[in-house]
Design a protein around this ligand. Structure first.
Ligand code: GLN
Ligand code: ZN
Length: 755
């Protein structure tokens, strides 16, 4: 018999109930009991929903008040000393958010991206004499909660090796040395779950899709040999990619079952079947847990049939990974184009697809109507006139080297830009956005709701721009920006004006803690019907003699922060975006904007889990950026911005983008991250952020001089720009004014010192 199961469900609730409860709790508006009640309500609702889809096993332990990696750390008793000895929920939140308790500030745990998703986890911190002890009953309590409803629980546990891999060490030692102390706690957990009547436990080891050093590969055998003695069945879950060279090792581990991702890595199936034993359970991840497209069920059934020819053991079907990465329910999205809505499936619909798949295997005839409905939807998408735009196709076909190169190399451009812009050394600028005041938000919201006319809205935005320009002039900045008041979000703003995009009302996905994003859906060929930002930049430039910097979000970032169509390579969609943005870039130039910044905040996060695939990604990602940025004259200066500076491994690609100026984040690492730029001898100009906009602190002139001097040791001073490390939209004007005044002062001091 074929079974169906799920690897994890979104936590926050269809209407982001948990988000609002958490934020109320943090503000002190509700107490612990009320927060707890919301959590129970959501868990039960989600379990019920999964049970209604006929799942044979329901995941438990996937719920979290903030993050499942943090939950795991707390369960293992790994709480950095600075958080004190108490083990309550508030300690947990302090680890996540770092806010003060009794006036004592705590540095939060670091947060970083979960593999190549836009979900952020809290980085565990371990030291060389780290002790572990079973320190939370959350998983056991929730398992009991689910059992009380009469369902078959499948507790989900982050595997010891993945947890350890993700941890950072506070001193220099081999993390794997901790396994001997860590494993007994995992053993304990499994024992207790067995005692509670649990049959199957899902242990997630997604690092099995990464390149692993040999010692880590070997550790898998050690760990799972050891855990084998626990009286539960282990389903080892892998996702986000292929097992690759770990296939044989993974298939031979002494566990009762293995889950593989056949959406991201369908090609791994043959190798897995070559190595897999019939006495184990094989779980096929056939439904895309990372994207919102309806599954081609007939294709999925064909895969099952292929598996069945060779594998005679027990088969389970599942989404490719946890459904954490997709919105919950498509049904309430009544505003979606009725022609397109049937192409989509959110978490709830994906579970229904699983149910149909099982039915199609068990009772083919009974599944007939559902299967043909699915086939119709798939066909309608493939054949729809809505997704194909012949003009875009024609442009794509014409992409050649002439479209990916500036007219002349950087040294030539630099001279022309210098002649035109006449900037001082250590030129000062900002990253684009200025504080988003309540008035700006209100104007945008009122306009969206039709409460104010377009003319009124434009007038208000122009006032905001004028205010920003005057403030920047007073501060003495060299390159000004219009302030981005019109933008709610750096991707949504462009998506809304481009063809080929679709927006949901409630399609929220957790980004971190209570924070959600609502990624746009790219369903068809992307094109631009009219300029998107030109009026704002042009107006801003009309107010001042200082150079105005136009501000766009780059093709790779728009791609990486959207749900992207899966019927063509991602690179094709990236090129379409690039072509559309290229027109915007040249329109800005034509409108007299001398500098244009193309933000690529999400450039790095698109890197595939396996290094062997980096080259391919970097190749088309850089190409997309160049398509977008190369249509201008030599004298037009192209900037790009990235909110990080871990460039060591991709510095050649960053240089290949050939932006005239790149602004990056570095202030927190004390400019150390700039080392990548020394060894490589980066050819163009760089603005290493000297003002950490994520911190509430106002940087002093001296702070910034120190940072700039450090930067000057690593990069030629005539390559340096002076700027904050990201946009200022989340800050307050009073802080921004002082910080930027200090920043321009720092630049002046350095200019004087240089003579
Ligand atoms: N130009 C954007 C801003 O200043 C850049 C944001 C980002 O890098 N995340 O807000
Ligand atoms: Zn940034």
């Amino acid at each position: 018999m074929t079974k169906i199961h799920n690897l994890g469900f979104p936590r926050l609730g269809e209407n982001r109930e948990l988000k609002f409860a958490l934020e109320r709790y943090w503000r002190g508006d509700i107490d612990h009991a009320a927060l707890h009640a919301t959590a129970i309500e959501l868990r039960q609702r989600h379990w019920q929903l999964q049970a209604n889809s006929g799942l044979d096993f329901i995941p438990v332990g996937d719920f979290s008040y903030y993050d499942h990696v943090l939950d795991t750390s707390v369960m293992l008793g790994v709480i950095p000393e600075r958080f004190g000895s108490s083990r309550d929920l508030d300690t947990y939140f302090r680890m996540a958010r770092g806010q003060a308790s009794d006036g004592v500030p705590f540095r939060a745990c670091e947060m970083t991206k979960w593999f190549d998703t836009n979900y952020h986890y809290l980085v565990p911190e371990v030291d060389s004499n780290q002790q572990f002890s079973l320190s939370s009953s959350k998983l056991f309590d929730e398992t009991r909660e689910l059992q009380a409803l009469g369902y078959q629980p499948k507790p989900v546990l982050l595997g010891p090796l993945t947890w350890l891999w993700l941890a950072k060490t506070t001193s220099d030692f081999n993390k794997l040395d901790l396994l001997e102390r860590l494993l007994p706690v995992y053993g304990n957990i499994l024992q207790r779950l067995a005692y509670q009547g649990v049959e199957w436990v899902q242990i997630d080891e997604p690092i099995l899709v990464l390149d692993l050093p040999n010692v880590w590969r070997n550790a898998f055998e050690l760990v799972y040999n050891r855990l084998q003695s626990c009286p539960v069945k282990i389903l080892l879950a892998t996702y986000f990619g292929e097992l690759g060279e770990h296939t044989s090792l993974t298939c031979k581990l002494p566990v009762a079952g293995l889950h593989i991702d056949l959406v991201r890595a369908p090609e791994q199936l043959t190798a897995v079947l070559d190595n897999f034993a019939n006495y184990k359970v094989l779980s096929l991840g056939l439904i895309d847990g990372r994207n919102i497209w309806r599954t081609d069920l007939n294709a999925a059934l064909a895969t099952v049939a292929t598996v069945r020819e060779r594998f005679k053991g027990e088969l389970w079907l599942a989404p490719s990974c946890s459904l954490l990465h997709v919105p919950i329910d498509l049904e309430p999205e009544t505003a979606l184009d009725p022609a397109i809505k049937p192409w989509l499936a959110f978490a709830k619909q994906k579970l229904t697809e699983l149910e149909i798949l099982r039915l199609a295997i068990e009772e083919p005839e009974a599944a007939e109507p559902e299967l043909s409905a699915s086939a119709t939807a798939i066909r309608s998408r493939r054949e729809s006139g809505l997704i194909h735009n012949p003009a875009v196709q024609a442009q794509l076909a014409k992409i050649d080297n002439s479209l990916t190169q500036r007219l002349n190399p950087f040294p030539v451009r630099r001279e022309q830009q210098q002649a035109k812009l006449n900037l001082p050394s250590y030129p000062t600028t900002t990253i684009g956005s200025f504080p988003q005041t309540p008035e700006i938000r209100k104007a945008r919201a009122d306009f969206k709701r039709g409460l104010i006319s377009e003319a009124d809205y434009v007038r208000q935005m122009e006032q905001t721009i004028e205010f920003c320009v005057r403030e920047q002039e007073k501060l003495g900045l060299d390159v000004l920006v219009h302030g981005e008041g019109e933008r709610n979000d750096m991707v949504e703003y462009f998506g809304e004006q481009l063809d080929g995009f679709l927006f949901t009302v409630n399609g929220w996905v957790q980004s971190y803690g209570s924070r959600c994003v609502k990624p746009p859906i790219i369903y068809g060929d992307v094109s631009r019907s009219k300029p998107m930002t030109v009026r704002w930049s042009q107006y801003a430039q009309s107010l001042t003699d200082k150079p105005m910097k136009g501000m766009l979000t780059g093709p790779v970032t728009i791609l990486n922060w959207s749900f992207v169509r899966d019927d063509q390579p991602r690179s094709t969609t990236a090129y379409q975006l690039a072509l559309a943005l290229r027109d915007e870039v040249t329109d800005l130039e034509r409108a007299g904007i001398p500098i244009i910044q193309i933000d690529e905040a999400a450039f790095r996060e698109g890197l595939p889990p396996r290094q062997s695939r980096w080259h391919d990604y970097l190749d088309w990602a850089v190409r997309a950026f160049r398509i977008c940025s190369s249509g201008v004259k030599d004298s037009t200066q192209i900037h790009t911005h990235m909110c990080y500076s871990e460039f060591n491994d991709i510095i050649t690609s960053i240089a290949d983008m050939d932006a005239d100026v790149i602004t990056i984040e570095t202030s927190r690492s004390n400019m150390e991250l700039l080392d990548a730029f020394i060894d490589f001898n980066y050819p163009n100009e760089i603005g290493p952020g000297v003002y950490d906009i994520h911190s509430p602190n106002v940087p002093t002139t001296d702070d910034m001089i120190v940072l700039l001097k450090k930067a000057g040791e690593r990069i030629e001073p005539d390559q340096l720009w002076v700027n904050p490390d990201c946009g200022l939209k989340t800050r307050q004007w009073q802080d921004v004014r002082i910080s930027l005044a200090n920043m321009t002062e720092a630049a002046k001091v350095l200019r004087l010192a240089a003579g």
